[in-house]
Design a protein. Structure first.
Lengths: 149, 446
């Protein structure tokens, strides 16, 4: 499921993808431009740094920048780090699933269908790079497939 | 590319046979496949050429079928051809028998009733491959040429020892002449080929001390019956740095252990995604993996049958095998013996160790620029191929097209198997090679 965390993280990364290569942006500016609570963004960028997607630079001109070109960062890879395994429903994850109390996970047809759905979602997200995402709507558009998720 | 009907496969080992089998499986009557194999025997590449029955596969029969969509194919063949072996899909079959299976996979195509064979096997050494306006030309050692629409390099593993300036030998090769069974020997590397070398020594009733030197002094871990964890691509953290992936992996192992499984279920569950993981990493993560994680990954991933593992443990316990973590800096002849300069892990000074023979069982991932294979050498010289950025194989696209020195992609020259390690990393074992071959066969035949 795309949480607010995932959404904010993607917005911040698309923001960074728009910077000239090698430059960085400060958290305050990103938070303000995209209406993201600054403290929350701080946590998010820290997690993205631990996973190797962004780097932080110290000093007067410091801030956050992408760790590699936006063509080489896939949207699905980022969402897995921020929101965990891609899953449209809590039960439809194999490694981190939260079983429903009222059904049997082995025979539940809803779960089986949702496992297929998640793989289709993963396929779209893993084939989309930050650079492609940025072109979707000048950095404003969240992927339509996930709006309702 | 447009569909090819004539294809030359250079190399008749496991990779070459699997590709040919997948090609010939198509009913296309116009298809002509030529395998060029210098040993003259099919399916007897480096992995399956041994005629010693104590070399066994390190993958159970159930996972060794040539066809992913017919998983019982090898097991059923075993039952029919080798009724003397136990009927067990978990059987680790003798390797020469797998070589026999590979040979039979394509043999029927060489002799058809109409006399018009779809497969030709040429017993010769290929020395050069050239792209001509009309197609590809393969030159053999005797000067004759074969032409085809596409050429696939399936030359597998390097056959010459990589290190030790000619002093180290490969176990079981011609250079491995008989030695005194009480002589002391040294094995460089502690992976699956070390296990082979040790088996060769054990079969000769070698009694002398065996020093095994590798970077970390780690031995492959044993197989156990375990079910792979069900993991989907949507679960796997692709594209992260290695510390993140390692943390994820460890937490999954803890979870598996809490559920009564062990790390094997995680390693095996992850296996379908190893190639995609490797491909999702930027160059620095790949290099980091090769330099730091690979030894640890290898002992978990490339396991040995449990019986063999306990034999190794016994040899360590009784002192015949001595494991050394360190690096061999230099080897030189010393009378009839070999003097090795070994620097133990964590030490600055090296020590001289004199042994009677040194076996090179080091990495099979070698820089192609040092290849002893004439086809690879001539293609490199012509600039038609180049090493991959990590220098562990040939540079190919994800569709297996060879990439030339100037970065252009060939539409007629391809590579399969271990040579494509730079792009796929996990491409040593039959389950991976068969899938790669099935995909390439489909693309070649359009």
């Amino acid at each position: 499921m795309l949480t607010r965390k995932g959404k904010y993280g993607l917005k911040a990364l698309v923001h960074l993808a728009g910077l000239p290569p090698g430059t960085s942006a400060v958290i305050g500016d990103i938070a303000q431009q995209h209406n993201i609570p600054k403290k929350f963004l701080d946590t998010i960028l820290n997690e993205l740094r631990n996973a190797g997607f962004v780097v932080s630079r110290k000093g007067r001109l410091g801030g956050y920048g992408l760790a590699r070109p936006p063509e080489n960062i896939q949207v699905g890879h980022v969402i897995r780090v921020l929101d965990g395994p891609l899953a449209p429903f809590p039960c439809a994850s194999r490694t981190r699933y939260e079983p429903c109390e009222d059904c049997d996970m082995a025979t539940c047809q809803v779960r089986h269908l949702m496992l297929d759905v998640r793989n289709a979602i993963a396929d779209v997200l893993d084939k989309t790079s930050l650079a492609e995402m940025r072109r979707l709507g000048n950095g404003e558009l969240v992927l339509p497939e996930l709006k309702q998720a | 590319m447009t569909a090819a009907h004539s294809i030359i496969v250079i190399g008749g080992g496991a990779s070459g046979i699997l590709l040919s089998a997948h090609l010939l499986r198509q009913s296309d009557p116009r298809l002509r496949v030529t395998i060029i194999e210098k040993r003259g025997q099919l399916g007897r590449g480096l992995a399956f050429s041994s005629d010693q029955a104590n070399y066994i596969l390190n993958v159970p029969a159930a996972n060794m079928s040539a066809y992913a969509d017919e998983p019982d194919h090898f097991h059923n063949w075993l039952l029919a051809r080798h009724p003397e072996l136990p009927d067990d899909p978990w059987l680790f079959a003798p390797r020469p028998i797998y070589g026999e299976y590979l040979g039979e996979l394509v043999r029927s195509a060489t002799a058809t009733a109409s006399g018009d064979a779809r497969l030709t096997v040429v017993d010769a050494q290929a020395v050069a491959v050239r792209e001509r306006p009309g197609g590809m030309e393969v030159e053999l050692a005797d000067g004759t040429c074969h032409v085809a629409q596409a050429v696939v390099l399936a030359v597998g593993h390097e056959e010459q020892p990589s290190r030790g300036n000619g002093v180290a030998v490969r176990a079981g090769s011609d250079a491995d002449t008989p030695i005194d069974p009480d002589a002391s020997v040294m094995i460089l590397g502690s992976g699956p080929s070390m296990v082979d070398a040790w088996l060769t020594l054990a079969a000769r009733r070698h009694r002398g001390p065996i020093r095994i030197v590798s970077r970390h002094g780690l031995l492959p871990l044993p197989h156990q019956r375990s079910l792979p964890l069900a993991i989907d691509a949507a679960d796997v953290p692709f594209g992260t740095n290695l510390p993140y992936l390692t943390r994820w992996f460890r937490s999954l192992v803890q979870e598996a252990e809490a559920n009564g499984n062990d790390w094997r279920s995680v390693v095996d569950g992850l296996r379908p995604f190893n190639q995609r993981l490797w491909q999702s990493w930027p160059a620095d993560a790949r290099r980091q993996f090769l330099n730091h994680l690979r030894p640890f990954w290898n002992i978990h991933r490339h396991r040995v049958p449990p019986g063999l593992h306990s034999r190794l443990q016994r040899a360590i316990a009784n002192g015949q095998i001595q494991l050394m973590a360190g690096e061999v800096l230099h080897l030189e002849r010393f009378g009839d013996d070999v003097r090795a300069a070994v620097r133990r892990r964590g030490h600055h000074e090296s020590e001289a160790i004199v042994v009677h023979r040194v076996y090179d069982c080091g990495g099979i991932a070698l820089d192609v620029e040092t290849s002893s294979n004439p086809v690879i050498r001539s293609l490199l010289e012509a600039g038609a191929i180049r090493p991959d950025p990590q220098r562990i194989g040939l540079d190919v696209t994800t569709d297996l097209n060879a990439i030339a020195a100037d970065g252009t992609t060939s539409s007629r020259l391809f590579a399969v198997g271990p040579l494509t390690r730079g792009q796929f990393f996990e491409i040593e074992a039959v389950p991976d090679i068969r899938r790669q071959c099935a995909d390439l066969a489909q693309r070649l035949l359009g």
